[in-house]
Design a protein around this ligand. Structure first.
Ligand code: NAD
Ligand code: TYD
Length: 363
């Protein structure tokens, strides 16, 4: 079996569902169920003996050691993290605890377990660390996309904490020989995406008749990857990646934020038109920019394609259409995750924003 951490979050739950749809190897799923973790994402696995959920923290070394002894996984996929840049700006502490200290404690427990395996199991074991393109910093408009050799230049507390975790994972390979694989992916989107991130936030706000907040001028570029493509890439890296190597995973879909929001509005105008017949675009509001906002991310996913034969199946248009349809088909999921603590976050993050001059017609 394999051990997945953070498997109740956005990408982790997509991965667990995808893994069990593709085969019968069981998954132990360790998740602390923070605001971002949601067992509803895994509701279709209720009663499925191949999925064992454990409520716990990757920073709890004793728990991890116990789980490793009990279940003897052949691989670990580490998704668990604090993942939202804006939250890291409001309060970096949790990011240091989970992303750095938590990854360290996980690696320590895994090192002890792995050290006790027989030669064959030791060689076959894999620790796959899931990371982000944000560790590479920001690109200028004409810079080449991030390759695996790009220097690390993290700019937010989130990306700095992920960079630290990548360095720890790397060091455990180089120093102790732990068979570590690292993946650095671009912005994911798709089902079960918590509506604090751009795409689900825009869909949710549009349908709720709320403003669609665009930070700054909306010309920041992200490289969008459909989550099912990311899951397939991770399966491929786990199966065929070389220990000690890093693989960048991206969708070859660089888009300015404003274009993404326009695409979402057009799709919603088609699939769920406003009662007054006007476009959702009218809800767009330009707001104060994010401090230290990275201008452009772009992934060169050539290595994983050349060496492991993976490339994304979805175009941006097909992936966005699936995503919008999923949100329209799952209003209960959205209603559940946007109650309680979510409202507090939205108040903290958006209530003090001043619409920028552009909105007032001065820019
Ligand atoms: P998410 O915030 O949706 O989910 C994170 C999950 O980890 C949640 O279920 C949460 O409960 C769990 N968790 C948090 N702290 C934990 C702890 N201490 N112990 C155990 N579980 C804990 O995040 P996501 O978007 O699914 O991202 C998954 C991974 O992929 C993260 O490592 C993130 O850095 C990376 N990543 C995400 C994106 C993206 O676009 N979402 C892009 C690049 C990389
Ligand atoms: P986000 O989904 O938070 O991902 P990341 O910051 O990790 O790339 O944001 C994607 C882009 O959208 C980023 O440039 C910030 C921008 N953004 C907005 O313009 N408005 C919003 O309300 C949010 C959440 C993000």
């Amino acid at each position: 079996m394999i051990l997945v951490t953070g498997g109740a979050g956005f990408i982790g739950s997509n991965f667990v569902l995808d893994w069990l749809a593709a085969g019968d190897e069981a998954v132990v799923n360790l998740d602390a169920l923070t605001y971002a973790g949601n067992l509803e994402n895994l509701a279709s696995l209720r009663g499925d003996a191949r999925h064992i959920f454990v409520h716990g923290d990757i920073g709890d070394g004793e728990l991890i050691e116990r789980l490793l002894r009990q279940y003897q996984p052949r691989a670990i996929v580490n998704f668990a993290a604090e993942s939202h840049v804006d939250r890291s700006i409001h309060g970096p502490e949790d990011f240091i605890q989970t992303n750095i200290v938590g990854t360290f404690r996980l690696l320590e427990a895994v090192r002890a377990y792995w050290g006790g395996l027989g030669a064959g199991e030791k060689a076959a074991f894999r620790f796959l660390h899931v990371s982000t393109d944000e560790v590479y910093g920001s690109l200028a408009k004409d810079d080449p996309a991030f390759s695996e050799n790009h220097r690390y230049e993290p700019n937010s507390p989130y990306s700095a904490s992920k960079a630290a975790s990548d360095h720890l994972a790397r060091a455990y390979h180089h120093t102790y020989g732990l068979p570590v694989l690292t993946t650095n992916c671009s912005n994911n989107y798709g089902p079960y995406h918590f509506p604090e991130k751009l795409i689900p936030l825009i869909i949710h706000n549009a349908l709720a008749g709320k403003p669609l907040p665009i930070y700054g001028d909306g010309q920041q570029i992200r490289d969008w990857l459909y989550v099912a493509d990311h899951c397939a890439a991770i399966r491929r890296v786990l199966a065929a990646g070389q220990p000690g190597e890093t693989y960048n995973i991206g969708g070859w879909n660089e888009k300015p934020n404003l274009e993404v929001v326009h695409t979402l509005c057009a799709m919603l105008d088609e699939l769920s038109p406003r009662a007054d017949g006007r476009s959702y675009r009218e809800q767009i509001v330009f707001v104060t920019d994010r401090p230290g906002h990275d201008r452009r991310y772009a992934i060169d996913a050539g290595k994983i394609e050349r060496e492991l034969g993976w490339k994304p199946a979805e175009t941006f248009e097909s992936g966005i259409r699936k995503t919008v349809r999923w949100y329209l088909d799952h209003p209960d999921w959205v209603a559940n995750v946007t109650s309680g603590a979510y409202r507090e976050w939205v108040g903290k993050q958006y209530d003090n924003f001043v619409p920028s001059p552009r909105l007032r017609g001065e820019g």
